[in-house]
Design a protein. Sequence first.
Length: 110
Amino acid sequence: MEKARINYTEEQTEYIVKEYLGKPERSTVEQLAEELGRSIKSIIGKLSKEGVYRRESYRTKTGELPVTKVELVASIAEELGLTDRQVEGLEKAPKQVLKNIEAILKYDEE
């Protein structure tokens, strides 16, 4: 048995897009789904089709955007004016140590 295809009216589409752009958060998607009697996946699908949905980016436990050791080492090398070859092996240091070094170098610029 084939599922019935659920379409959105033009007014619903405009409303969904307007509401989401006003507050592009998961809570808005959940509120729209409840309000319109649709699934969260359906709302996300419609927002994606309209080209406005932004997937939530992953955050660490501390709320920061994740950064790799390689990115930290590249940043440190740039701050010091060194080449990647000159800092080779530095990525083996603990991540927090690399973050501390980067923070000190960036602080010294200010």
